[in-house]
Write a protein that binds this ligand. Structure first.
Ligand code: FAD
Length: 508
């Protein structure tokens, strides 16, 4: 909506077209470029790698099969992504699954249980019905014991959710006397899926944020997969849109340095890997937080706004794809594995048009937690591909006892044909307790520097939706600046702990 308002304002006041350099070609950078070009500005985006997409990037192997950085699920409760797809005219590229959540049964290998959301019941009652109708995971008593903990979220909304950020999931559960089985049955699976970490290390705000988004919309927790590889099916249309409107998107162009104006410490230009420099009216960072920390100029490093980034670190995760010589029959749609090593997985030969195969399955699995800081007992991220695939296959033998592994009959056995392992050492920011307060606003204290990226402050987590929203908010900040308007969110105050630490360093 801000774009329409802005266009109207510009028409009346004759606001100037601005040149904006964005660095980072993931969803946040692309969304920022899209909305800036809609607003009549000239975005120029530099992406370090040869392909766009960042954490949704994918590339082909020698057989032409796509290797993805991550298994990506879209939810009904992703309004900014759905708007973006509609605006680009590609809303039909999401393949929606029936509205249900499927969990592997922990004690019953090879069996699954589902939470089915009835289509004829409005939110939040459809979720209540789905939970009440499933009798295999929680007892009625356990379900009733969840209510006192979840009621404040329903009544108070975001302020209650935000206030829980200092607590881990386990601390929150103990405060509300929630039975530990709720953790074992539900929260472990949620933690691994939402932030690739275990509940003892995860902020309760993450779980409540997801639940709140799911509860408030009838189709909030319904899942969809993109119909093909994300760089072509999702990123390319954004690039084409931006270029049609006069913007530029350049790949294989990492930004090496942010150079400052000597007088006022604003950005003077960016230095690119080919040695050239680029100048603009505004500069937007859309790189991951771990990259930005390395690019922060020394003169900015004592500014609390930038110093708070030290409190945010990307969590490691591994994405695995396994191609089998036949179809696995036990799995349909997205599944929460609830096994020690795996998070969610899906048979993409059934769920993605471009990867469709009637004869053989391609499982895509998220391996998490995969490092000690995320809760794993082994530092899997440092293991070889063979070790990771081997451990995954062992878990699959338990999950699909009639279809995978040496104990199944040769006639029914699905044999592994090939596999890929993609390690992301720093993926989304680790949402450990107390991180929310360090997420930077899109507005920065530097007049011509704006922050985007899924970790920047916005009401979604580190996710595709969060990335798109963050890019859009960054575009809005620039539109506001060009009109001399104050931004509706403004510069977020940096937490006193960071301010105090910086002051202490500065004092003689
Ligand atoms: P990125 O995607 O990290 O983009 C940053 C870009 O900056 C990259 O393209 C990078 O190459 C570029 N860059 C880095 N350095 C430079 C430089 N010096 N100069 C120029 N460019 C640079 N989210 C969901 O909503 N649902 C899911 O199911 C889901 N599953 C996931 C599974 C996995 C395994 C992973 C890793 C992530 C998953 N996510 C999921 C999270 C989601 O992918 C991210 O939150 C989102 O894509 C982040 O977008 P971004 O633009 O903020 O950052």
């Amino acid at each position: 909506k801000f774009i329409e308002d802005y266009q109207r304002l510009r028409q009346n006041n004759g606001g100037e077209k601005k040149r904006v350099v964005i660095f980072g070609g993931g969803l946040s950078g692309l969304a920022c470029a899209k909305y800036l070009s809609d607003a009549g500005h000239e975005p120029i985006l530099f992406e370090a790698r040869a392909m766009l997409g960042g954490k949704v990037a994918a590339w082909q192997d020698e057989d032409g099969d796509y290797i993805e950085t991550g298994l990506h699920i879209f939810f009904g409760a992703y309004p900014n992504i759905h708007n973006l797809l509609q605006e680009l005219g590609i809303g039909d590229r999401l393949n929606w699954a029936p509205h249900r959540m499927t969990f592997a049964m922990q004690e019953l290998p090879g069996q699954f249980t589902t939470f089915d959301f009835p289509p004829d019941i409005p939110a939040p009652f459809n979720m209540a019905a789905a939970i009440l109708r499933n009798t295999q995971m929680l007892t009625l008593e356990e379900k009733i014991k969840m209510v006192p903990a979840l009621l404040p979220m329903l009544l108070e909304g975001q302020s209650f959710i935000d206030a829980q950020d200092e607590k881990s999931v386990l601390q929150f559960m103990s405060e509300y006397s929630m039975p530990t089985r709720i953790n074992e049955e539900i929260f472990i699976a949620m933690g691994k899926a939402l932030d690739f970490i275990d509940p003892d290390k995860l902020s309760m705000t993450v779980v409540l944020t997801a639940m709140n988004r799911f509860i408030n919309e009838a189709d909030g927790s319904q899942t969809a997969f993109l119909d093909g590889n994300p760089p072509e099916r999702l990123c390319q249309p954004i690039k084409e849109w931006v270029e049609r409107k006069g913007g530029t998107v350049v790949c294989s162009s990492p930004v090496l340095e942010i150079l400052l104006d000597e007088e006022d410490n604003t950005v003077k230009c960016l230095k690119l890997a080919n040695g050239s420099t680029v100048t603009a009216d505004y500069y937007v960072s859309a790189v991951p937080v771990d990259v930005l920390k390395r690019l922060i100029p020394t003169k900015w490093s004592t500014i609390p706004y930038f110093r708070q980034l030290d409190e945010l670190v990307g969590i490691p995760v591994i994405n695995i794809q396994l191609w089998f010589d036949r179809k696995l029959n036990s799995i349909d749609g997205l599944c929460f594995s609830r096994s020690p090593l795996l998070s969610v997985y899906a048979d993409m030969s059934n769920n993605c048009e471009e990867y469709a195969d009637e004869k053989r399955s391609m499982l895509e699995l998220v391996f998490a937690p995969c490092s000690p800081e995320a809760g794993a007992s082994v530092n899997w991220i440092a293991k070889t591909d063979a070790e990771i695939v081997d451990a995954t296959m062992k878990e699959l033998e338990r999950l699909f006892p009639t279809e995978v592994g040496p104990h199944t009959s040769i006639e029914r056995r699905a044999n592994l044909v090939k596999s890929t392992v993609v390690r992301v050492p720093h993926s989304v920011y680790a949402a450990t307790p107390g991180r929310n307060k360090f997420r930077p606003s899109q507005v920065s204290p530097i007049d011509n520097f704006v922050m985007a990226g899924d970790y920047a402050s916005q009401k979604y987590l580190g996710s595709m939706e969060g990335a798109v929203l963050s890019g859009k908010l960054a575009a809005e900040v620039i539109c506001d600046k060009t009109m001399g308007r104050s931004n509706r969110y403004g510069l977020r105050e940096v937490h006193s702990s960071v301010q105090g630490a910086v002051l202490k360093e500065r004092s003689p």
